[in-house]
Design a protein around this ligand. Structure first.
Ligand code: GRF
Length: 208
């Protein structure tokens, strides 16, 4: 996993894999961060998972660390840097991200953290929610895998909205990551996603 910050999604993925036990399709083998002080690195160390700092202007460092740990799939969780193009190319269809709004709205460069929820409130949107998507060379533009709706309430603030969207992320993202690692979720050469119906919101439990 790649993370720049708190790593609550990282924790949710670990918890999900633990809950699956012997049926877990993957192990978390490596956490990469562009920030030495990322809480996500702390979480990894506590779990005895390799935790590596990779400076953002050094794609070769990222590639070397991925090769050393024989990484199969990558999940970004609050990673605020563009992943080097060589990594994207090497992991096409095996790298995913979660974004805290319904893409293609409220995404793109600079749209992260509270800014996303402020923009949702400013726009007067009535529904928001997490988007899980494959990662390509551009911020938030890869093929969409899953989206769950979170209603926007009249009394919402960016902080209250962020909390409810994050809670939905914690339920949706680990399931998508597990399916990716199990080979049940794939990206076709034509750019189409296969296996995503399993996460359709109308068959999933209520999230908000
Ligand atoms: C989440 O809101 C996610 O959608 C976005 O960054 C945040 C990461 O939070 N990409 P955490 O570090 O997993 O707690």
């Amino acid at each position: 996993m790649f993370a720049s910050g708190g790593g609550s999604n990282l924790q949710a993925i670990c918890d999900h894999l633990d809950a699956l036990g012997a049926a877990a399709p993957a192990d978390l083998v490596l956490v990469v961060s562009d920030r030495k002080d990322a809480v996500a690195l702390e979480r990894a160390r506590k779990r005895r998972v390799a935790a590596e700092w990779a400076p953002r202007d050094d794609p070769q460092a990222v590639i070397e660390v991925l090769e050393t740990h024989e990484v199969g799939c990558i999940a970004l969780a609050g990673y605020l840097r563009l992943v080097p193009a060589r990594v994207i190319a090497a992991f096409r269809g095996r790298i995913v991200n979660v974004h805290p709004a319904l893409l293609p709205a409220f995404g793109g460069p600079g749209m992260y953290g509270a800014r996303v929820h402020e923009a949702v409130l400013r726009a007067g949107a009535r529904i928001t929610g997490p988007t899980v998507h494959f990662v390509n060379e551009r911020y938030d533009e890869g093929a969409i895998i899953a989206q769950w709706p979170v209603p926007v309430r009249e009394e919402d603030t960016p902080a209250s909205l962020a909390r409810r969207v994050l809670a939905a992320e914690h339920r949706l993202y680990p399931r998508c990551v597990a399916a990716l690692c199990a080979g049940a979720l794939t990206l076709g050469d034509d750019g189409r996603v296969h296996g995503a119906d399993a996460f359709a919101f109308d068959t999933a439990p209520a999230v908000a």
